[in-house]
Design a protein around this ligand. Structure first.
Ligand SMILES: CC(C)(COP(=O)(O)OP(=O)(O)OC[C@H]1O[C@@H](n2cnc3c(N)ncnc32)[C@H](O)[C@@H]1OP(=O)(O)O)[C@@H](O)C(=O)NCCC(=O)NCCS
Length: 147
């Protein structure tokens, strides 16, 4: 098992399978996928990618942070969920954001079904519930990166 930084093209198939099943492949493209400051992390088991996450600089609407990063496309392959891979990958994201980028917060729009995962990791789930079309109910999740 290893974690690597990869191109957007490497994470899109798993985004499609886990996060956008039944929707056009084009829905897996994020506007900032190819920005120079965007980082895509992938956890591999041999040659297969089993967990993915993407981060890029963006402050949350509420000014919680001086240097915020946004988490997108967090997913673990359906058959591999619940084995700790998502946590390992997110640990590596946070380590990278802290040590390499001096970030002080990581936030996301968390799906209602994933609140438990984020809370276990240490995110605070905050604010009003809101709907994202074709995906479902969400709240903001925020993780304060300690120095
Ligand atoms: C959410 C997701 C990324 C978690 O990845 P994972 O590899 O399954 O997570 P882990 O195995 O590291 O789980 C860590 C802990 O969180 C718990 N957990 C994982 N998913 C959970 C969920 N949806 N609800 C509640 N708890 C959850 C696990 O049981 C585990 O707890 P434990 O340490 O007591 O065993 C993964 O389940 C997934 O891809 N879900 C579908 C896509 C999705 O919703 N992504 C988030 C979009 S905002």
């Amino acid at each position: 098992m290893r974690i690597e930084r990869v191109d957007a093209s490497a994470v899109r198939p798993l985004r499609h399978k886990v996060l956008r099943p039944g929707q056009p492949f084009s829905t897996t493209r994020l506007d900032k996928d190819n920005d120079p400051e965007t980082v895509h992390f992938a956890l591999f088991s041999e040659v297969n990618i089993i967990s993915i996450a993407t981060v890029y600089p963006e402050n949350m609407d509420v000014d919680y942070s001086k240097k915020g990063y946004r988490l997108r496309g967090m997913a673990t392959d359906t058959e591999k969920q619940g084995f700790g891979y998502g946590t390992k990958l997110l640990d590596e994201c946070v380590r990278y954001l802290k040590n390499e980028l001096n970030a002080d917060c990581l936030w996301c729009n968390a799906r209602e079904s994933a609140f438990g995962f984020y809370e276990k990791f240490g995110f605070n789930i905050v604010g009003e519930m809101f709907e994202i079309k074709n995906i479902g109910l969400h709240k903001k999740g925020i993780y304060h990166i300690t120095t």
